[in-house]
Design a protein around this ligand. Structure first.
Ligand code: MN
Ligand code: MN
Length: 472
C-alpha cells in the first residue's frame, strides 16, 4: 500500500456500506430480521394496534405489569391503549441513571371527522368527512386503496374494534381524485401543496340506497343504508361516531422491495421501525448494568402533545415507580438526579438521500440507505432552531461503543441547511436533564403511503439499540 493510501485509510472518515462489509452470516441475519418486522407492520398500523401487538409480545415473554405487584426484572406499563414503557432492571441502582430508547408508534394518516357520514343526494353516494393527522402530502391519499381502523365506544361502555380493508376478501375504500381531463383549473393551476384541499378528502363509503317498498321517498337512503350495515356489523348507532377514533391508512401489506429484496416497502415505518427494533433489542438484552427502558410514545406526528405524547408525565412517572419498585428512594430530588444521570437515544427515522433529489441533501452529512443506522447530533430547522444538539462527549461515547461492537453506523443530518427541517422527541426528553442523541435508520419517501427502508439499516438499528442497552 502506498504511503498516501495508508494515510488516507488511517486519517479519513468513510461511511461503510453494510452489504459490502458484512459477512454472509451477518447479511443473512439482516435479511431474516426483516421478516418479523414486516409482520409487525402488517398487524400494527395504528398506535392502538401497536400497543396490542406489544401487549401480546410482553405476555409471551413473561414480562410483568409494574402495577401487578409481581417481583421481576422484566416489567412494563401500557397506558390508555396508546403508549407504554418496557423495562429490564440492571445490576446497578436505577438512581445512577437508566439507558432509555424512545420511539413513536403513531404515523401520519387521515382520520374520520367526529360526525363523518353524509350523503351526496344529487348522485346518491354515501361519504365520510375526514381530518388528516400529521404531515401528509394530501395528493398522495387520493385514488389509492385505504383501510379503516379504529374503535367505537358504545353507550354501554363496550369497545368495538374496527379493521376493514386488510384481509384479501375485505372491501377497501377510496378518496376519488379528479380526472386529468377536468383538472386544469381545480388542480393544475395551483401549487402542488394547494392542489388538493383538505375539504376534498372525502371518502367514498357506499352507493346502494336502503330500499323500502312501502316508502319510496326515503331521505338520504344511501346514508341510511350505511348506518344499517354498520349497525349489523358492529352494533353501533350514528352517535357512536361522535366519540370514536377512526383512521384511514393505506390498505395492504408491507413487501420486499428491489430485485435483490434488500429493502422493505410499507406504511408507517416512521416510526414503527424504531419501536420494533428497540423492543426486539431490549428482549435480547443480557447482563445490562444499567436499567434498560423502551418508551413507545404516541402523538409525535402532531407535536408530542396530549397525555399519551412524549411531553406528558407518563415516562417520568414510570421511572419514579421503577425506583419504588426496586426499593430505592423515589423522592423528587432522587428522581431528578436519576433523569440527569440517564442516557437516551431518541430513536426516529431520518431522511435517506433520495436519488431523484440529491439537491435537498448534503451528501457528506446525510443518511445513505444501506449504510447502517444514523447518529444525528442535531435536527431542527434554520440555525438548528428547535433542536436538542447532543453534547460532543455523549456523541463520541455512543459512536465509540458502536465502533467497538461492529454496529454499522453513519452520521446523518436531515437535509441541507435552510432547505426545510423537522424535529424529533429528543428535545422533550432533554428537558429532564438526560444526555440525548438522535439515532435511527434512514427512510425514502418519509410520510408517504409507502415508505422505503433498507434491511441493512433495520438490522443495524436493532444491533445499535441492543449495544446501547448492554454497553452504554
Ligand atoms: Mn418520526
Ligand atoms: Mn414523522
Amino acid at each position: 500500500m502506498s504511503k498516501a493510501k495508508e494515510l488516507n485509510k488511517k486519517l479519513s472518515y468513510k461511511r461503510k456500506n453494510f452489504w459490502k462489509g458484512a459477512t454472509q452470516k451477518e447479511s443473512d441475519k439482516a435479511t431474516n430480521f426483516s421478516e418479523g418486522y414486516k409482520e409487525f407492520l402488517n398487524i400494527a398500523k395504528t398506535e392502538r394496534e401497536s400497543i396490542d401487538f406489544f401487549a401480546k409480545e410482553l405476555k409471551n415473554r413473561r414480562f410483568s405489569d409494574i402495577d401487578s405487584g409481581k417481583k421481576s426484572k422484566k416489567i412494563f406499563r401500557l397506558s390508555r391503549n396508546k403508549n407504554g414503557a418496557i423495562a429490564l432492571l440492571g445490576k446497578k441502582p436505577i438512581s445512577e441513571g437508566v439507558n432509555l430508547i424512545v420511539s413513536h408508534i403513531d404515523s401520519p394518516r387521515v382520520d374520520l371527522k367526529q360526525n363523518p357520514l353524509y350523503e351526496d343526494s344529487k348522485i346518491n353516494l354515501g361519504l365520510m368527512r375526514t381530518h388528516y393527522y400529521g404531515g401528509i402530502k394530501k395528493f398522495q391519499w387520493v385514488s389509492t386503496p385505504l383501510a379503516l381502523h379504529g374503535v367505537f365506544i358504545k353507550k354501554n361502555g363496550e369497545k368495538v374494534k374496527v379493521s376493514i380493508g386488510e384481509n384479501e376478501d375485505d372491501p377497501v375504500f377510496v378518496i376519488p381524485d379528479l380526472l386529468p381531463h377536468l383538472a386544469r383549473k381545480k388542480q393544475y393551476s395551483k401549487k402542488i401543496g394547494d392542489a388538493i384541499n383538505a375539504g376534498k378528502l372525502n371518502l367514498l363509503f357506499n352507493s346502494i340506497p336502503f330500499i323500502d317498498e312501502k316508502d319510496e321517498k326515503i331521505k338520504h337512503a344511501v346514508k341510511l343504508n350505511a348506518l344499517v350495515l354498520l349497525n349489523e356489523k358492529y352494533g353501533i348507532l350514528e352517535e357512536d361516531f361522535l366519540s370514536a377514533e377512526l383512521q384511514l391508512v393505506p390498505a395492504g401489506k408491507a413487501r420486499d422491495a428491489g430485485m435483490d429484496r434488500s429493502m422493505v416497502l410499507g406504511y408507517g415505518q416512521d416510526d414503527r421501525i424504531c419501536a420494533y427494533t428497540s423492543a426486539q433489542a431490549i428482549f435480547d438484552t443480557k447482563n445490562n448494568d444499567k436499567t434498560a427502558i423502551v418508551y413507545l410514545a404516541d402523538k409525535e406526528e402532531i407535536g408530542s402533545d396530549g397525555n399519551t405524547g412524549a411531553k406528558s408525565i407518563f415516562i417520568i412517572d414510570f421511572i419514579a415507580d421503577l425506583l419504588k419498585y426496586n426499593k430505592e428512594k423515589s423522592d423528587s430530588a432522587t428522581l431528578r438526579k436519576t433523569l440527569i444521570n440517564s442516557q437516551i437515544l431518541s430513536a426516529d427515522v431520518n431522511a435517506g438521500i433520495n436519488p431523484n433529489y440529491h439537491e435537498v441533501h448534503e451528501a457528506e452529512n446525510a443518511v445513505h440507505i444501506g449504510f447502517g443506522v444514523s447518529v444525528t447530533k442535531f435536527t431542527g430547522a434554520g440555525g438548528k432552531g428547535g433542536s436538542n444538539d447532543a453534547n460532543a462527549e455523549f456523541n463520541s461515547k455512543i459512536i465509540s461503543i458502536f465502533e467497538k461492537e461492529n454496529v454499522n453506523w453513519q452520521i446523518g443530518a436531515l437535509g441541507k441547511v435552510d432547505e426545510g427541517g423537522g424535529g424529533t422527541i429528543a428535545k422533550f426528553m432533554a428537558e429532564h436533564g438526560a444526555e440525548v442523541i438522535d439515532c435511527g435508520p434512514g427512510v425514502l419517501g418519509m410520510h408517504s403511503l409507502y415508505e422505503l427502508t433498507s434491511k441493512a439499516d433495520i438490522y443495524s438499528a436493532y444491533k445499535a439499540y441492543n449495544t446501547f442497552f448492554e454497553k452504554a
